[in-house]
Ligand binder design. Structure first.
Ligand SMILES: [Zn+2]
Ligand SMILES: [Zn+2]
Length: 272
């Protein structure tokens, strides 16, 4: 099977190390044929600056990815971005990133969940049914936007739950139904396997991917994407084998993303 990864970061997000070329060098040495750089996208109003690049860094980021493309022509290096979805910025993702700037793909992620008029951190409090409901509704909205090649770590609620329960089953059915209806692949994300494990009374387990979610996924006509979500160059291809094993265990179909980046886009000058 070809070695591919569509989720990696750079120092610009302030919680990752190295630049695009460092990741692609490791990926090349590890035999990758496709490597997507997908740092955390800036938000046009400057929200949450502590975990993402600034709008002013878009050009330098794109240049860094182009440099990696020219230094490692053996690898198909893709220009991507991992994005939060705020409906008021739909045009930024569609017209500027995918349009004028010619990004090869965008990843949709729900690191924040809209609840009762404010945005909550999705890494916490996902043991509350109202947060779980809000999260699955938000992921549905992200998928329905039609902007994203796949959804990052849909089972993020593994961070804030000790054991599986009926609320998680119902939230997962909602997410999986949306993925099937919108034909949006879901990511089995290896980064959660490299983070501090969740300590349960039955022993430690990875924060995510959480197997019961993927077992339910096997009841749906959906596809999955296996990624390292690298935040250090030496993790460029980390945990890909483990995420593929999980896909195999539940007989999940790997999405074919080979179309990404294959149609050269014409650079259109940015209009202010
Ligand atoms: Zn990150
Ligand atoms: Zn993420």
């Amino acid at each position: 099977m070809k070695i591919t990864n569509h989720h990696s970061h750079t120092f610009r997000c302030k919680h990752a190390q190295g630049d695009a070329v460092d990741y692609v060098r490791h990926a090349f040495q590890g035999g990758a044929s496709v490597y997507g750089i997908s740092d955390h996208a800036p938000i046009p109003d400057g929200r949450y600056p502590e975990v993402r690049m600034a709008m002013e860094e878009l050009d330098s980021y794109e240049n860094a990815v182009r440099k990696a493309q020219s230094e490692f022509p053996e690898v198909k290096v893709l220009l991507g971005m991992e994005c939060e979805y705020f409906p008021e910025f739909h045009h930024f993702y569609e017209d500027e990133l995918l349009g004028q700037r010619g990004y090869d793909y965008l990843i949709g992620a729900g690191h924040y969940t809209p609840l009762e008029g404010s945005w909550q951190n999705s890494f916490a409090n996902m043991d509350q049914p109202k947060m779980l409901n809000a999260y699955s509704r938000h992921l549905a909205e992200i998928m329905e936007s039609g902007l994203f090649a796949f959804i990052a770590h849909p089972d993020l609620f593994g961070c804030s739950n000790e054991f599986w329960n009926d609320d998680l089953t119902s939230c997962s059915h909602d997410i999986l139904s949306s993925a099937q209806a919108t034909k949006t692949p879901l990511e089995i994300n290896g980064y959660g396997m490299r983070k501090e494990p969740v300590q349960t009374s039955k022993g430690p387990r990875a924060q995510y991917p959480w197997p019961p979610f993927w077992e339910l996924a096997s009841e749906y006509k959906i596809e999955v994407v296996c990624n390292s979500d690298a935040h250090r160059p030496q993790d460029a291809l980390a945990c890909l084998d483990e995420t593929r094993l999980l896909a195999d265990r539940f007989d999940l179909k790997i999405a074919d993303l080979s179309h990404l980046g294959s149609s050269p886009k014409q650079a259109i000058p940015l209009v202010a």
